[in-house]
Design a binder for this molecule. Structure first.
Ligand code: RIB
Ligand code: CA
Length: 313
């Protein structure tokens, strides 16, 4: 039985590899739809980029929706310094084929989740949580259709990557994150604590470049562009490959280790806004609300990624 998933995303080079991984795993994952959100770049670009990725995967059958163009409360902040002006800098994209659906992404989420059997849909979120939070606020009953949420976001022992305290996805829309983390829905978190252990090093990029297909060529170029910012910032061999961790977990959960933890989102402090405050040692006595992953088999992760990218056109 395939797992039905909806991907919520702000492509973004790392989102791109996550989406391609999911689309390549068609024997395991039924990607019901992709919903774009404003994040790395504005919505006009993230929705365009999501369509480009369906083209690259040869999957024009997957419906792409535009979701929210700004966070629930805050003004939008973006990350062109990391991802480039288009959000997918590094590769020369051909004319686009995959259409954009007319329905708003939040309405698509609500309608699909309300129509689904209880717990039938997995939400894979790769960007700010605005769309999912808006769906839960507008139609609380749609939560019934969600089996679990697997998300990339947050950081604790690593600190933040956008402020000293906050990771980008959570910082862009901390109020949306609060809605999701207090929803009571089953939640698995891929924070910086785990993604920073999965670096897109030159040998790993070279392996993808050598796949011999257009997807491998494109991904190698995207990763080479994506690397430049973080390699300089962290002095590391490669950039942490954040978002594909979400999809890799759905395909091969044994690649990851973590623990159940109570996590709360800072939504008011000017110093620590967007921080995922993790009660890692259980000192609050509050019941865990998510499973936080902090260990990864990085070689196994890149094996999985390369093997699946090889299946694409
Ligand atoms: O902090 C990393 C996250 O922010 C990733 O999802 C990246 O794509 C950006 O959205
Ligand atoms: Ca992202």
């Amino acid at each position: 039985m395939k797992r039905s998933i909806i991907i919520d995303t702000d492509p973004g080079q790392d989102d791109a590899l996550a989406i391609l991984l999911a689309l390549a795993a068609s024997e395991v994952l039924d990607v019901r739809g992709i919903v774009a959100v404003a994040g790395n770049v504005p919505l006009t670009l993230t929705q365009l980029n999501a369509r480009r990725l369906c083209d690259l995967a040869g999957r024009n059958d997957v419906p792409v929706y535009g979701g929210c163009s700004r966070p629930m409360m805050r003004d939008l902040i973006t990350a062109e310094n990391v991802h480039g002006r288009t959000g997918l800098d590094g590769y020369h994209w051909p004319e686009i084929k995959t259409p954009l659906q007319d329905r708003h992404g939040v309405d698509y989420l609500i309608e699909t989740l309300l129509a689904a059997d209880e717990g039938a849909i997995t939400l894979a979120t790769l960007g700010p949580l605005t769309n999912l939070a808006m769906a839960l606020v507008k139609s609380p009953d749609c939560a019934r259709g969600i089996g679990e949420i697997v998300m990339m976001g947050g950081g604790f022992f690593t600190g933040g990557n956008t402020t000293p305290a906050a990771e980008f996805n959570i910082l862009v829309d901390p109020h949306a994150a609060h809605v999701v983390f207090t929803s009571g829905l089953p939640l698995t978190l891929m924070p910086l604590d785990v993604t920073h252990k999965a670096l897109a090093t030159p040998p790993r990029i070279a392996r993808i470049a050598a796949l011999g297909n257009e997807a491998g060529k494109a991904c190698a170029k995207l990763l080479s562009f994506f690397n430049r910012h973080d390699v300089e910032k962290y002095g590391s061999e490669g950039a942490p490959l954040h978002d594909p961790c979400v999809i890799a977990y759905l395909l091969k959960p044994e690649l990851f280790r973590g623990k159940d933890v109570y996590v709360e989102i800072e939504t008011s402090s000017s110093l620590t806004l967007g921080m995922t405050v993790m009660d890692w040692w259980g000192v609050t006595g509050k019941a865990p609300n998510c499973t936080v992953m902090n260990q990864i088999d990085a070689d196994g992760y890149f094996d999985l990624l390369s093997d699946h990218l090889a299946r694409l056109p």
